[in-house]
Write a protein that binds this ligand. Structure first.
Ligand code: NAD
Length: 309
C-alpha cells in the first residue's frame, strides 16, 4: 500500500492506494458514520460495507444534482446526523462529488472520507478537495473546496467496472501525463496489453503516479487561484461536450484535449508531432471513436455557447 498526504489551507487529506474496502473501518474516526453510495456500487459491494446506515442514490451524471443533495439532507435529518457524524462516500466521481458537497454544507460542514471505486475517481475526482453538483445543465455550478479526511483507493474494485467507464478513467491519466509527466504518458503508450487485461499491479502504479501529480499541484494551489488550472487541460471544452452530448466525463475530456491541442498548435505552443501523439494515445484507448461523434455539430454547439458567454 502507498500513502500520500495533502496538507493545505482547506484541510488535510490522507490518500491510501492499494488498500482494501474491507479495511476501511481502520480509517473511520469513530462509530457515528453514514454511508452514501449509488445503486450499482451497492449491488456489487454492499456485503463488504462496514455496518452503518446507507443512503443509496441513483447512478451517473443525471443524479449529480441539487435534488439528490436535498434527498440526502432529508435522510441526514431522519437519521439524526449532527456535527459529530462522519460521512463516508463509497463510489465513483459522482458519489464522491455529491458526498463531499452534502457533507460540506450540512450544519456548516461535517467530516467525510471516500472509498473511491472507479479509475476516474481514483486518479482524479476523489483527490484534491473539489466537491459539487451540476445545476440546470451547468457542470459543477454549485460546489465547495473541502478535503476528505481520507481517500481509500482499492484497485481490485476496478475489475467490475463497465468497459466504457474503465476507459474513461484513462483520459485523466493521459491529461496528467501531458501536463506534467512524459514518462507516465509513454508508460501508457507502451502498456496497452496491461490496460486491456486490467492488471492490478499496473493499475496500482498508474493510480499512484497520477495521484502524485495531482497532489503536487493541489498542495501549491488548493483553491485554484492560478497554478491549479493546469489540471483543467481539456476540461473547458470537455465540460461543454459532456453537458450537451452526454458522453462520459473521460470521453468528453479526451475530445476537449484534442480541441485544446489543435488550438495550441495553431498558436505555436505545441508542435504537430506532440499533438499527434496525444491523439494517437487517446485513440488507442478507444476514447475518441471518430464514428461515434459528430464533430461538426460539436464545433457549432461550442461556438454558440461561447457567443452566449
Ligand atoms: N472533484 C473533482 O476534482 C473531479 C475531477 C474529475 C471528475 N470529476 C467528476 O467525476 C464524475 C465522473 O466520475 P466517474 O467516471 O467515476 O463516474 P460515476 O461515478 O458515474 O461512475 C461510473 C459508473 O460506474 C459505476 N461504478 C462505480 N464503481 C464501480 C465498480 N467498482 N464496479 C462497477 N461499477 C462501478 C457507477 O455506478 C456508474 O454507473 C463527473 O461528474 C466529473 O465531473 C470530479
Amino acid at each position: 500500500m502507498q500513502e500520500y498526504i495533502i496538507k493545505s489551507e482547506i484541510g488535510s487529506s490522507r490518500i491510501l492506494v492499494g488498500e482494501s474496502l474491507g479495511n476501511v473501518k481502520k480509517y473511520l474516526p469513530h462509530n457515528r458514520v453514514i454511508i452514501i453510495t449509488d445503486e450499482n456500487v451497492s449491488s456489487l459491494f454492499k456485503d463488504k460495507f462496514p455496518g452503518f446506515p446507507v443512503i443509496t442514490i441513483g447512478t451517473g451524471e443525471k443524479s449529480k444534482t441539487i435534488d439528490t443533495v436535498s434527498e440526502i439532507t432529508d435522510e441526514f435529518i431522519r437519521l439524526g446526523v449532527d456535527r459529530g457524524s462522519f460521512i463516508l462516500g463509497i463510489g465513483g466521481g459522482v458519489v464522491c462529488d455529491i458526498t463531499g458537497f452534502a457533507a460540506s454544507i450540512f450544519m456548516r460542514g461535517l467530516s467525510f472520507g471516500y472509498v473511491s471505486t472507479t479509475l476516474l475517481s481514483q486518479v482524479d475526482a476523489s483527490v484534491g478537495g473539489k466537491t459539487g453538483v451540476n445545476y440546470r445543465g451547468y457542470k459543477n455550478m454549485l460546489g465547495s473546496f473541502r478535503q476528505p479526511e481520507f481517500v481509500l483507493c482499492d484497485t481490485d474494485m476496478l475489475k467490475t467496472l463497465p468497459e466504457q467507464d474503465y476507459r474513461s478513467g484513462f483520459a485523466e491519466v493521459v491529461k496528467h501525463g501531458v501536463i506534467k509527466d512524459r514518462e507516465l504518458f509513454n508508460y501508457l503508450s507502451n502498456h496497452l496489453d496491461e490496460i486491456e487485461n486490467r492488471e492490478i499491479s499496473f493499475l496500482t502504479k498508474v493510480v499512484s503516479n497520477s495521484i502524485k501529480i495531482k497532489a503536487g499541484v493541489v498542495r501549491k494551489d488548493p483553491t485554484e487561484q492560478g497554478y491549479r488550472r493546469i489540471l483543467n487541460f481539456g476540461h473547458t471544452f470537455g465540460h461543454a461536450i459532456e453537458s450537451v452530448f452526454g458522453l462520459t466525463h473521460g470521453e468528453s475530456v479526451s475530445l476537449g484535449m484534442i480541441i485544446a491541442s489543435d488550438i495550441s498548435v495553431k498558436n505555436g505552443l505545441l508542435n504537430k508531432k506532440e499533438a499527434g501523439q496525444i491523439k494517437k494515445l487517446l485513440s488507442d484507448l478507444n476514447l475518441i471513436d471518430q464514428t461515434k461523434h459528430d464533430y461538426a455539430r460539436l464545433a457549432s454547439v461550442i461556438g454558440k455557447d461561447k457567443k452566449k458567454g
